[in-house]
Design a protein around this ligand. Structure first.
Ligand code: NDP
Length: 318
């Protein structure tokens, strides 16, 4: 594994992190979860990304993580970075959603209980909710750190202007934002417009989620929608209509280029995100150890020639 300093902090993150959004819920096979998590750690993936609502049902990914931690990994706690988040719908009623101080404090306590951890390494505001004053959310994050419930804080999916305000408040209170988390892959590149630049100005790291566009940037859907895929599952966030001709045509052409480079499309798609110097780490999701190993193979060839970068742009722009 390779590790990279996160922004201007002293914390190194593995360039590949593992996310538990899908495939770690109560509905998933526990032994497979255990194998994926332990294999990832054995390969040097020290960073695990959670949120209160990951499952299904919501909360169950943290419970699964907690069980595996207790049985297999607890003595490695100091070698791990565990992240969680609050801000999306978690429980019914006025306090189970959004980014109020009340919601964040209730949520982190629940998440600590489910995982069995004493503290999170990184705790995120999962989203700007459109109504809670930024000051309230940021001061909740500051106090979460001061109370020892988290070591660092992060922001996820904030619109640029709100992110700028948030960075300022956190800095003024001496709890600087460690990391910004947003979607970034070959098909969704919004962060290239402003966010990546902002993270650099502010000295924070950037971590990309859904770097494989939930599986679209792999060889999984090149010949239809397999039964065991996220797009086929009822509780998956990838919808069948997202697996459309335009995307699959691009994926086929990218797949040919990946083959010429001697790697899989998944490997090339991850390498492409990591090629951007602003990116500290990518959070992969996997449904098997085989996928995990394929994705780790990215590290064997992360470089691109100028010509390859141009070829990729041509494919993506068609
Ligand atoms: P990816 O884009 O990496 O998609 C993961 C899916 O792609 C897998 O479940 C699998 O699909 C498929 N896949 C992965 N590797 C391979 C491979 N080698 N070959 C073929 N198919 C493969 O990431 P996610 O969308 O899962 O997001 C990753 C993490 O990012 C989440 O777990 C979460 O931690 C974080 N996240 C954060 C968000 C936020 O709001 N802050 C939002 C979304 C994600 P299949 O299951 O079909 O096999």
């Amino acid at each position: 594994m390779e590790y990279k300093l996160c922004g201007k902090s002293g914390l190194r993150l593995p360039v590949l992190s593992l996310g538990l959004w899908h495939n770690f819920g109560e509905v998933d096979d526990f032994d497979n979860c255990r194998q994926m998590l332990c294999s990832a750690f054995d390969k040097g993936i020290t960073h695990f990304d959670l949120a209160n609502n990951y499952g299904p049902p919501p909360g169950s990914a943290e419970t699964t993580f907690g069980k595996i931690l207790k049985n297999d990994l607890l003595h490695h706690r100091d070698e791990m970075i565990v992240s969680s988040k609050a801000g999306h719908l978690m429980w019914n009623g006025p306090y189970g959603d959004g980014s109020s101080r009340k919601s964040l404090f209730a949520s982190i306590d629940q998440s600590l209980k489910r995982t069995g951890l004493d503290y999170f390494d990184i705790f995120y505001s999962h989203r700007y909710d459109g109504e809670t004053p930024i000051e309230e959310t940021m001061m909740a994050l500051v106090d979460i750190v001061r109370q020892g419930k988290a070591l660092y804080v992060g922001l996820s999916k904030y619109p640029t202007e709100k992110a700028r305000e948030a960075y300022t408040i956190l800095k003024e209170n001496k709890v600087p934002c460690l990391i910004f988390q947003d979607r970034y892959n070959m098909l969704v590149r919004n962060v290239e417009r402003e966010i990546l630049q902002l993270t650099e100005e502010q000295g924070s790291g950037f971590i990309a989620f859904s770097p494989l566009a939930q599986g679209l940037l792999t060889n999984k859907y090149l010949h239809g929608i397999p039964e065991d895929s996220r797009a086929a599952k009822e509780n998956g966030f990838l919808k069948k209509d997202q697996v459309n001709d335009s995307v699959i045509t691009k994926a086929r052409l990218l797949n040919e280029l990946a083959q010429q480079r001697g790697q899989t499309l998944a490997e090339m798609a991850l390498a492409w995100v990591l090629y951007n110097r602003h990116v500290t780490s990518v959070i992969i999701g996997t449904s098997s150890v085989k996928q995990l190993n394929d994705n780790i193979g990215t590290l064997n060839n992360k470089d691109f020639s100028i010509q390859e970068i141009r070829q990729i742009e041509t494919i993506l722009n068609q």
